[in-house]
Design a binder for this molecule. Structure first.
Ligand SMILES: Cc1cc2nc3c(=O)[nH]c(=O)nc-3n(C[C@H](O)[C@H](O)[C@H](O)COP(=O)(O)OP(=O)(O)OC[C@H]3O[C@@H](n4cnc5c(N)ncnc54)[C@H](O)[C@@H]3O)c2cc1C
Length: 332
């Protein structure tokens, strides 16, 4: 079967991409499938412009740069990368081959499967305020291109780490940034909250956006309501950035037959799920003291891949040769 792969990785986020690179190091025929139109997972979806600072050896890197690097590295051994396909079904056929089916009915076949599906596919919780439909073009749920906010007045709504991150990321570029939070105490990291209060971001706690107003479909004003004293205020606004969390949708994945826990897939230290031949890594994999950060997933991916290699060939080495001494790089 020419379309039979050694390894199929469901999820082209940072962890799926690096796992595909490592799969190439181990000479396995590899395919990545992702539901989104492009690779990059949460980084591309939520924070392409944010600066990431907690990956060893990389003091600071913008999200989109990291994705570009991971994508380039993933392509080293020319895996098949299939985007825009959400996988909804997975079956183990009588001969042990896995049949992977997308919501459009497209079938993929693989000897092993690595699930690097993060938290599933995403849908941002919408802003519920009057006028939201009229000014939909000026409401954003992520920032793909920070330049479009240059010299604008931007209202960020939300109280978690990402709302704080966005307010601070925008601060140097925009005319004014306001952060609106319906609670009193921000849920973000203490240090970031302190930085926020020390910055020029206008912070409005105990407030919610209740209405958007403007000329025809051009937004000019954001109406906010104080849930403590009942007062209403009006802020000039060119754009609204909403960070009210996302609905993540693992779809049918948790019914594919393996053990699950805490909205993820239970794995052992080999990154094996409870179905032989299926492995998991990255945010979706659960084990004691799990850390849902990029650096942790970049470690788990190669473990999952080495386990897949040994599942296919029990006599194979347990790990790949380190890349510097790897024969593949003599040919590249
Ligand atoms: C706002 C925010 C800021 C963050 N900042 C940092 C930070 O500074 N440093 C850090 O280390 N971590 C950070 N993280 C966490 C980091 O993004 C995750 O740990 C990392 O993205 C996990 O990578 P992953 O590849 O496992 O999953 P994801 O990035 O979630 O990628 C999973 C991919 O799987 C795809 N997928 C899901 N289900 C299916 C399906 N059924 N079929 C096909 N494809 C599917 C999705 O489309 C997605 O592309 C942050 C997270 C958020 C939300």
């Amino acid at each position: 079967m020419s379309n039979l792969y050694d390894v199929t990785i469901i999820g082209g986020g940072p962890v799926g991409l690096f796992t595909a690179f490592y799969s190439g190091l181990r000479s396995l025929k590899t395919k990545i499938i992702d539901a989104e139109p492009a690779v990059g997972g949460k980084i591309s979806y939520f924070y392409p412009e944010k600066i990431i600072r907690d990956i060893g050896g990389i003091p600071a890197i913008a999200g989109h740069e990291l994705v570009k690097n991971l994508h380039e590295q993933a392509k080293t051994f020319q895996p098949t990368i299939q985007c825009g396909e959400r996988i909804t079904e997975l079956f183990k056929l009588p001969d042990g081959t896995f049949q992977i089916i997308s919501e459009t009915g497209k079938e993929h076949y693989s000897k092993t499967v690595i699930i690097a599906a993060g938290s599933g596919t995403y849908e941002a919780n919408p802003l519920e305020a009057s006028g939201s439909e009229t000014f939909a073009d000026q409401i954003f749920y992520d920032i793909k291109n920070i330049a479009r906010f240059q010299d604008k007045t931007v209202i960020v709504s939300g109280g978690g780490n990402s709302a704080i991150d966005w307010a601070q990321t925008l601060e140097p570029f925009v005319k004014e940034v306001h952060l609106i939070y319906r609670g009193e105490n921000f849920k973000g990291h203490e240090e970031r909250v302190k930085e926020l209060h020390d910055s020029s971001v206008y912070v409005h706690v105990n407030h919610e956006i209740t209405a958007l107003q403007g000329n025809l479909d051009e937004l000019t004003t954001c109406v906010i309501h104080c849930n403590k004293d009942g007062n209403t205020s009006r802020l000039s606004a060119d754009a609204i950035l909403v960070n009210h969390g996302v609905k993540v949708n693992l779809g049918s994945m948790l019914d594919w037959g393996f053990e699950t826990s805490d909205y993820g897939i239970t794995v052992n230290q080999e990154m094996e799920t409870t179905i032989p031949g299926i492995f998991a890594c990255g945010d979706i994999a659960n084990y004691p003291r799990k850390m849902r950060i990029i650096a942790a997933g970049l470690h788990e991916g190669p473990i999952a891949l080495n386990s897949a290699k040994n599942y296919l060939d029990p006599s194979a080495d347990e790990v790949a040769m380190v890349s510097t001494h790897h024969e593949s790089f003599d040919k590249i």
